[in-house]
Design a protein around this ligand. Structure first.
Ligand SMILES: [Zn+2]
Length: 151
């Protein structure tokens, strides 16, 4: 078995799942507007597993139909089914790009003073410029991972 993480593409019904998967460090494309045929084509071209709530796709091995409506349960389901090990704090939740560690001094003007004072590790998304740090948000992610992996 390869240790490469699978990549995903999710359809418009699964926006929260897409965000959760990105927070777990998984390469996840979220499509809002493409039609089914386009989504399917893209999933094959980019070798992504297609996650959907719809049973209307043709039966194919790279398509997985999510069974529940609850985003946390959906995330749990995907992690379990694809035997994923989360790697949080590595990917931008907004644009799905890898985030890079940056020097603390470089973000001084870009984060709230309290955050700058209390945090030492920062990372930045090359796409949107968003700065990530291991604050409250990160604790929420850890809690989510705990819930996903714990049950
Ligand atoms: Zn970004």
């Amino acid at each position: 078995m390869s240790c490469d993480l699978p990549k995903f593409i999710v359809d418009f019904m699964l926006g929260k799942l897409a965000r959760n998967l990105r927070l777990l460090g998984l390469d996840t494309v979220y499509v809002r507007h493409l039609n089914r045929k386009d989504i399917l084509t893209r999933s094959l071209e980019e070798e992504r597993i297609l996650l959907t709530r719809s049973h209307n796709f043709p039966k194919r091995s790279n398509i997985y139909v999510i069974e529940t409506d609850n985003p946390l349960e959906q995330t749990k389901e995907v992690v379990k089914v694809f035997k994923l090990s989360p790697n949080p704090f590595t990917r931008c939740a907004v644009c799905n790009l890898s985030i890079e560690k940056v020097n603390k001094e470089d973000v001084k003007e870009k984060v709230p003073p309290f955050v700058f004072k209390t945090q030492n590790e920062f990372a930045r998304c090359a796409g949107c410029g968003r700065i990530y740090w291991k604050g409250t948000h990160y604790e929420n992610i850890r809690k989510m991972i705990g819930e996903i992996m714990g049950g």
